[in-house]
Design a protein around this ligand. Structure first.
Ligand code: ADP
Ligand code: MG
Length: 720
């Protein structure tokens, strides 16, 4: 009988193209048609209701019951006109994916379609199945979802989806969105105060985000034939293909037709949902691709990234493909990340990270730049923790982009500007002098435009008019790291405002006061700046000398969540209280531990039930062969050597798996989640995963191809 692998490979041969057509050749004809956005609201709401909703979006004011009723009614009419029968609150629990609970518009009692304002505004999903880090067991076993009017309502898979926050009955956040929204408020307040030093007209500052998303695509049948991918999202075994990473990137220049069809299809669906994807068809590693939408307000962009991942997964099914969002589905091949492009934009339309022709604006630019660098330096451990996950551990610090050391890349020009400022800051500014010229601030823009050098190995890089956080995991919810980034920058901005104030009280002129504080911050945060090759061993050594952390595993990286300083930081900015921070720490540890546990189990199962039996059958064949040769009086050394080698790997597998199971059993009795997660890291993952994998991958090379049970890397990665 054919193995699952052979059946799957046979199926792949029969695949046909699945093409789709966009509703129009003009994107503007269908962009956002599946969203109840501003345009849709304007035509379907009465002017007063529309005004109230706009105010709520802009100023965060509460939507009253009457307005909610009106919106609900308009949304229902709109949804029914599009053939939609159900609605759901769409939220982002700490599991990492999105969750929904569908309800029908149809009210059997009344025999009509109904949608009340109260159902729009609030729901009580059965929350017991979502992680809560002890919050709900200590308090109240209920959670509720509440409408977030700042993110547009949309139709997905014939269901009306209402973006919501998800909180416990006692008000603690159980999701990613709630702290993000609060962090947006925190940074708004802190940034406006600084902006006011430069421009009194600034009333609001909003973080913006553009997420570049990397992913792999493989055939669905091949995916289904790999239990490790199905169970844990990554291959725990598999020998590197002959043609892999060692070849230059552009070798993989042309995208397989089936993948291109898939891209066109999911881009169209995304555009209908108002996700501003830009057509970008490039291949990074074999089987790996990237999509990037235009940047938007951070909460919307973060929702859109979550939705985009959902859309990609759904659309892939139509193409008999499977999208792999795991950070490291294949060993020895490039991993996947998100590049979170982040900046701050004022309501006067100024991007605070955009160098400008005006010297005064450049001082403002440098103020925000230096504050961000200082924030990354002061809180590098928290930033590191914000991207920690079992999947991302395979990228960070695993000798592959980017390292687990948090550093900032600024480029040669800005490095020079900051160095000059540090050095020349105390030069005397005479009356009539151009301070900006003297400090070397006036000339930034022209040079920056030339400075196209981009260091791809830096986890946190300045790229012209924004910062790019490149160490975020590909399946992560962007809201996690973006909440931390907003909070730490808010923290530095508010300290900075006080420091500037102090200088001014001491009699310094405003500009001079700002420059003095910048100089101090530049000096203090210098160690976090690094322009060289982030992947090199020299950098790891240098970083250690500088006293920078290099936390390679999730459980250790998460330790910072248990400190008093972290809890106070989040509390000070009204983003999370101590209980919420503690809960998040537990949830992340638990999620890490469970993932390693699943991988360990899958490894054991595959090795014992698939690999070893196949290896033994193969070994028996060679034993026959060796005996036959001997009977004929011929040399059978090669056959005997192979037998010995196969035996060695089988033995190694058996003993390591037995020992790994024992280690797991012992750890499962551990009651302290921190100790348990750390134990899973050292006593399970580090102690056995590589050894087990080594033996299996060697056997893959020894055993005849036809009987090998697992789909091989070359078969998955090189799609036609
Ligand atoms: P790269 O060269 O790194 O591929 P791009 O210039 O194509 O980057 O931009 C990548 C992402 O950065 C896009 O999503 C883009 O919309 C976003 N981006 C551009 N400007 C900003 C900004 N001011 N704030 C946030 N994101 C931005
Ligand atoms: Mg980028």
């Amino acid at each position: 009988m054919a193995t699952l692998r052979q059946q799957a490979l046979g199926l792949v041969q029969t695949r046909q193209r699945v093409t789709s057509t966009a509703p129009s050749s003009k994107i503007s004809d269908y962009f956002g048609v599946n969203t109840f956005g501003t345009a849709q609201m304007k035509v379907s709401l009465a002017p007063t209701a529309f005004k109230r909703v706009m105010e709520a979006i802009d100023k965060g004011t509460k939507i009253d019951a009457l307005t909610a009723e009106e919106v609900a009614s308009a949304v229902k009419t709109w949804a029914l006109s599009k053939g939609v029968t159900h609605y759901t609150h769409w939220f982002q629990p700490l599991t990492g994916s999105t969750a929904e609970k569908h309800d029908s518009f149809f009210d059997a009692l009344g025999g009509l379609e109904k949608f009340k304002g109260s159902a729009l505004v609030q729901q009580e999903p059965d929350a017991s199945s979502f992680p809560n880090g002890g919050i709900r067991s200590t308090f109240e076993a209920r959670g509720y979802t509440a409408w977030d009017p700042t993110s547009p309502i949309f139709i997905f898979e014939n269901t009306l989806c209402i973006p919501t926050i998800f909180v416990s009955y006692t008000g603690e956040a159980l999701d990613y969105k709630t702290p993000l929204l609060k962090s947006v408020e925190a940074i708004n307040e802190a940034a406006v105060a600084i902006c006011q030093l430069f421009d009194r007209n600034v009333r609001k500052v909003q973080p913006s985000l553009g997420v570049e998303q990397e992913y792999f695509v493989i055939d669905k049948a091949l995916y289904s034939a790999r239990p490790d991918l199905v169970m844990g999202g990554r291959t725990v075994f598999g020998h590197s293909p002959a043609r892999g990473q060692q070849l230059d990137d552009h070798y993989f220049g042309s995208i397989p037709t089936r993948v291109k069809d898939f891209m066109v299809d999911f881009e169209t669906e995304s555009l209908k949902l108002g996700i501003p994807v830009m057509t970008r068809h490039n291949e990074v590693a074999p089987g790996q691709f990237e999509v990037a939408p235009l940047f938007e307000e951070i909460n919307k962009a973060s929702d859109h990234n979550q939705l985009l991942m959902d859309v990609m997964e759904k659309v892939a099914e139509r193409h008999d493909l499977k999208v792999l969002l795991h950070e490291k589905p294949f060993a020895g091949v490039n991993g996947s990340g998100k590049h979170n492009n982040w900046s701050l934009i004022t309501d006067t339309g100024v991007n605070l990270f955009q160098p400008s022709n005006s010297a005064r604006e450049n001082l403002q630019f440098l103020t925000f730049l230096v504050a961000t660098v200082k924030a990354v330096y002061d809180h590098s451990d928290l930033l590191r923790a914000s991207i920690a996950s079992a999947g991302n551990d395979h990228r960070l610090g695993a000798n592959e982009a980017p390292p687990a050391i948090i550093s900032v890349f600024l480029g040669a020009t800005l490095t020079e500007v900051l160095n000059e400022l540090e050095k020349n800051g105390n030069i005397k500014i005479e009356k009539g002098d151009n301070m900006y010229m003297k400090l070397g601030i006036a000339k930034i823009p022209e040079i920056i435009l030339d400075n196209t050098d981009r260091n791809r190995t830096s986890p946190f890089a300045f790229t012209g008019n924004k910062f790019e956080f490149r160490a975020v995991g590909s399946q992560a919810n962007s809201a996690g790291p973006m909440t931390v980034l907003n909070v730490i920058v808010a923290e530095v901005l508010s300290t900075m405002a006080k420091d500037i104030e102090k200088e001014m009280t001491a009699g310094k002129e405003k500009k001079i006061a700002i420059v003095n504080v910048l100089r101090k911050y530049i000096k203090e945060s210098k160690k976090v700046r690094f322009e060289g090759d982030g992947y090199s061993d020299e950098w790891a050594a240098e970083a250690e000398k500088r006293g920078l952390s290099n936390l390679k595993s999730t459980p250790s990286a998460l330790d910072v969540y248990s400190t008093k300083a972290t809890k106070e930081l989040f509390e000070r900015h009204n983003v999370m209280n101590g209980i919420e921070v503690h809960a998040r720490h537990e949830i992340m540890l638990e999620s890490f531990m469970k993932k390693i546990q699943i991988e360990g189990r899958v490894m054991g199962d595959l090795a014992l039930n698939h690999i070893i039996p196949t290896a033994i059958l193969y070994q028996n064949k060679i034993i026959q062969n060796a005996n036959g040769l001997k009977g004929l009086g011929l040399d059978n050394t090669a056959a005997v050597d192979t037998i010995k080698e196969v035996s060695k790997h089988i033995e190694s597998l058996k003993s390591n798996i037995t020992a790994m199971v024992e280690a797991r059993k012992k750890l499962n009795k551990e009651e302290d989640i921190v100790k348990m997660a750390k134990g899973y890291q050292t006593d399970v993952k580090e102690a056995y995963f590589d050894k087990i994998r080594y033996a299996v991958d060697k056997l893959e090379l020894l055993v005849d191809d036809e009987s090998w049970p697992l789909v091989k890397y070359r078969e998955m990665l090189f799609l036609r």
